[in-house]
Design a protein around this ligand. Structure first.
Ligand SMILES: *Cc1c(COP(=O)(O)O)cnc(C)c1O
Length: 450
């Protein structure tokens, strides 16, 4: 098979995968999992034909996928993939651009500049901020905190690039008690010891309590959150950020999925968030773009560009070149599927999608309450935290729902007891899917609680 026949074949296979959306199992059955053994072959001495490689991948691989690109997937706030974003990604694979700078790829540099501007508009953040399109919220948080620390040390007269951390003034971290594990991971990698970071206590909703906020100063980085993973709650930015800024602290906001509320009728939840210094968010979650698409956004564009600079004698570039805003030197043009998603949705489309998901979460919460479940959170966003009468039944219902292959959502622990967490974040999810979920869980409760 020549290259064009192979690509056509890949396209056909991709189309039949998409055609089965809504019909396939949401989590693979045991047969598909057993069949994964087909991949366990010796590293071939001589390569197989492309058609053979692709055939094995589809025949044994496709059935073992989790159908996160499906309207019945309610796990992990991961979203699905918008058609325009997926299509843009397909074309980009033919281009094979190394999207480091204008010299490597004029089209990537142009579109990532446009996408950056649109993201700042959609999220209503300071328009002169730098936007680095990185692999994940984890990596983007790492990049933002690195820039924050370098800037704080520079204000203290310390040359971080030259002298590193040995003997440097200590930069303090204050992080929400419910801060995401990946924010802690980023901090740990950067050398902020977990025993040294200060925890800001939270209220019953999981939001930082302004009255119990540890003292802040001009050597502190305060890590807040827009969208807690269990409850979807937001820290009270309007109280916290002015206080932090008055103390001279740097405020970073992890808004991996929740920042997109700002592009919807739920924007009030994010009031004053634009007063922070840096923000991270994902494209691959609520914006429904392909994976490895996230954003590090920094008010002081120069601080991010200086911290991430990778100019070399053979490769110098503008300060807004993506290689100077990210960890990667060679990189995929992650901003392009984000551009495609934003262009295909428009401002109204982003708002409609986010609002629909929030409305569906409320519908699911109401339906489950009526079916005898306890809903543990206020459901002000797209997250529903649910519990049955006893812990054992909660776990059994979640396992039975997962095993049915008709739906998938994950477990969590809330205030020390098991619960399950239903997230609505797929552009494909409509009322009918919410209602099917409610019916299925109502039936499971009848079976398992009697
Ligand atoms: C998913 C998530 C992260 C991590 O994002 P990745 O893109 O998976 O690295 C961080 N914070 C919150 C609140 C999240 O939901």
């Amino acid at each position: 098979m020549d290259e064009s026949a192979l690509l056509a074949n890949a396209n056909e296979r991709a189309q039949s995968y998409i055609a089965a959306i809504g019909k396939r199992r949401v989590f693979p059955d045991s047969g598909a999992l057993t069949d994964l053994a087909s991949f366990e072959e010796p590293f071939p001495e001589h390569g197989f034909a492309g058609a053979d490689v692709l055939g094995l991948l589809d025949e044994k691989g496709s059935p073992a996928t989790v159908a996160s690109n499906d309207p019945r997937y309610f796990g992990f706030v991961v979203g699905a993939c918008l058609p325009a974003a997926a299509a843009a990604e397909r074309l980009m694979l033919a281009w094979d651009q190394c999207a480091s700078s204008f010299d490597n790829s004029p089209i990537a540099a142009k579109l990532e500049q446009i996408a950056a501007g649109w993201v700042l508009e959609a999220l209503d953040l300071p328009r002169t901020s730098a936007v680095g399109f990185g692999t994940s919220a984890t990596a983007s948080t790492l990049v933002c905190i690195a820039a924050a620390r370098r800037a704080i040390l520079a204000r203290q007269g310390w040359d971080f690039d030259g002298d590193g951390l040995t003997g440097a003034p200590e930069v303090r971290i204050v992080i929400s008690e419910t801060g995401h594990i990946t924010v802690k991971k980023a901090l740990r990698i950067l050398g902020f010891g977990m025993k040294r970071i200060l925890v800001a206590p939270t209220d019953i909703h999981g939001r930082v309590d302004p009255d119990r906020l540890p003292a802040l100063d001009d050597r502190t980085i305060l890590c807040l959150q827009a969208g807690e993973v269990n409850t979807g709650e937001f820290d009270p930015f309007a109280e916290l950020i002015p206080k932090a800024k008055a103390a001279g602290a740097w405020v970073h906001v992890d808004g991996a999925f929740g920042l997109w509320a700002r592009a919807s009728s739920k924007a009030a939840l994010t009031e004053s968030i634009d007063g922070a210094d840096s923000w991270t968010t994902d494209g691959h979650k609520w914006l429904n773009t392909p994976y490895d698409g996230a954003m590090a956004i920094c008010r002081d564009a120069g601080a991010l560009a200086a911290a991430m600079n990778s100019d070399a004698v053979y490769s110098s570039a503008a300060s807004d070149a993506q290689k100077n805003l990210n960890l990667e030197f060679s990189r995929r043009a992650r901003g392009i599927p984000i551009w495609a998603a934003l262009r295909s949705l428009g401002r109204a489309g982003v708002a409609e999608m986010v609002d629909r998901h929030c409305a569906l979460a409320t519908r699911i919460a109401d339906g489950l309450r009526a079916a005898g479940y306890e809903v543990l959170n206020r459901v002000l966003l797209n997250q529903v935290l649910v519990r049955a009468t006893t812990d054992a039944v909660t776990v059994a219902i979640r396992q039975a729902a997962q095993a049915s292959g008709k739906v998938w959502f994950g477990p969590t622990v809330w205030q020390g007891r098991p619960a399950f967490r239903i997230s609505v974040s797929s552009w494909r999810t409509e009322e009918i899917h919410a209602d099917q979920l409610i019916q299925q869980l109502a039936a499971l409760r009848q079976d398992l609680e009697s």
